[in-house]
Design a protein around this ligand. Structure first.
Ligand code: UD1
Ligand code: CA
Length: 476
């Protein structure tokens, strides 16, 4: 064998992934295009693209878009996926016909459905291995779910015959075929040569007047080409999302898998079925998550934390030993080791809560930096603020950061004490170790070590009440 020929033999066949994502999703009864419905916190199509991206042999990933194509493109822009337009949605076969030009340069394509989001990369890898080993023109990923209702069924000459004669859609099944439990997952490997040779022979004589890609099985088989099938080990991984009920079931499966992953790594999640945890969330061992907690986005939580019920934490980084009391909302913020948040606290974006700091009942922060051990325990608004280490913010303190046009900064030094119900009119600076008398409206800077009182003096009139009562008696 020549060197060149040897090289040829070893080089992997050119493979493209084609994701069908143009359909409307009529059964969902929503305006939102089907593949943009979310499970596990991200669109169906994003799951499929992410999985396709894990296939080392795939040179390109194409998405066939049509219904609300612009919205779909926008949602997955930046993934590197290429788009093929199917202007009119005339069926899955027609979708692949629209991809003719794009796929003609490849030896094989792997067709995925944009509404089958739980499919795993190793299942696809295995499908491709079987497809190659069989030398098949078409290899169908099949499954045997408990309930095959709604899916196309796999028709074989006899149940134990490895090759497939046809795929029959649910509506066209004969009574005898209804008992077949092996379903078509909507995922297939094709040899591009035979696919393109017979693709235009698809007919739309069926219940929906559509060109079904599934009919390629019978077409290829009839032409003497090999149509193989590979059963997915986990039927649940190939379930589709055609109705809202199916969609939320898939969402629950993804959430359960994430919770199980965290629990296997030493995180306690009480009543995990009530928690909503996104797939990218990281939690260190020995942390306890109570019922009805949501951990979203890229949230990271350290060890020995406790997240109490009804808290929603999105894109936050929490250190270790953090206690989040019930009913807190935390977004785009950081919380250092040993801090205590809540109950009913709201950390808005840009909040940086220092080590051992406390943010308590009904306190709202936004772009607020609290130093080590600083405390704001009750009813405050701290926006565009810096609070030094050990400073105590009394109940009801408000930073007046907005003058109607611009936001201004409030800087408070270390070890200071801001009395209850004070308003700090920004821009303003309060030094270290300063005191602000309760109920003050502070409009000028307060130097370190000073006491500032910004309120009217108290007037006390002794005996005034008795005199008033006497006056009233006289008037009667
Ligand atoms: C399809 C299969 C069925 C299989 C099931 C598995 C056909 C005819 N039937 O049925 O055998 O059991 O998937 O989930 O293929 N799409 C387009 N353009 C179109 C129509 C659909 O891109 O013109 C896309 C959809 O957006 C979707 C995918 O193709 O992502 C599948 O279409 P769908 O209508 O959901 O097919 P099913 O009825 O589920
Ligand atoms: Ca479907």
């Amino acid at each position: 064998m020549s060197k060149e020929a040897g090289k040829q033999k070893r080089s992997t066949p050119k493979l493209a992934v084609v994701i069908m994502a143009a359909g409307k999703g009529t059964r969902l009864k929503t305006r939102r295009p089907k593949v943009l419905h979310e499970v596990g916190g991200k669109p169906l199509l994003s799951h499929v693209i992410a999985t396709a991206g894990k296939l080392a042999d795939a040179e390109n990933i194409y998405a066939i878009v049509g219904h609300h194509a612009e919205r779909v493109r926008e949602a997955v822009a930046g993934t590197g996926v290429r788009f093929i337009e199917q202007k009119e949605q005339r069926g899955t076969g027609h979708a692949i016909q629209c991809a003719r030009e794009a796929i003609s340069g490849y030896e094989h394509i792997l067709v995925l459905s944009g509404d089958v989001p739980l499919i795993q990369a190793d299942t696809l890898q295995h499908l491709m291995t079987v497809h190659s080993a069989e030398g098949a023109a078409m290899t169908i990923l099949t499954a045997v779910p408990d309930d095959p209702t709604g899916y196309g069924r796999i028709i074989r000459r006899s149940p134990d015959f490895s090759e497939v004669d046809a795929i029959i859609e649910e509506k066209a099944l004969t009574p005898a075929q209804r008992s077949i439990r092996e379903i078509n997952s909507g995922i297939y490997a094709f040899k591009v040569g035979p696919l393109l040779k017979y693709l235009d022979k698809l007919k739309n004589v069926n219940a929906h007047g559509e060109f079904y890609l599934t009919d390629m099985a019978a077409l290829l088989h009839g032409a003497g080409e090999k149509v193989a099938a590979q059963k997915a080990a986990e039927a649940a991984d190939v379930l589709g999302a055609n109705t809202i009920a199916e969609l939320v079931l898939l969402d629950a499966r993804i959430r359960a898998a994430t919770a199980n992953r965290l629990m296997a790594a030493g995180v306690t999640i009480f009543r995990p079925e009530t928690c909503v945890i996104d797939a990218e969330v990281q939690v260190d061992p020995d942390t306890i998550i109570e019922p009805f907690v949501q951990l979203l986005g890229a949230t990271r939580i350290g060890t020995d934390c406790r997240i109490r019920s009804y808290s929603v934490i999105e894109n936050c980084a929490l250190g270790k030993n953090v206690l989040v009391l019930p009913g807190c909302v935390l977004g785009e913020s950081t919380v250092a080791d040993g801090a205590r948040i809540g109950p009913f606290a709201h950390l808005r974006p840009g909040s940086e809560i220092g080590q051992d700091a406390h943010v308590g009942n009904f306190v709202e922060t936004k772009k607020a930096k609290l130093g080590k051990g600083a405390k704001a325990n009750h009813l405050s608004y701290l926006g565009d603020a810096e609070v030094g280490a050990g400073t105590n913010i009394g109940a009801g303190v408000i930073t007046c950061n907005y003058d109607g046009e611009k936001k201004h900064l409030t800087r408070i030094g270390q070890g200071s004490f801001v009395g209850s119900d004070s308003t700090l009119v920004a821009p303003i600076e309060i030094g270290d170790g300063a005191y602000i008398g309760a109920g003050s409206c502070i409009t000028r800077n307060v130097p370190s070590g000073a006491l500032a009182v910004g309120r009217s003096r108290q007037v006390t009139k002794e005996g005034w009440a008795a005199a008033r009562r006497a006056r009233k008696e006289e008037q009667k």
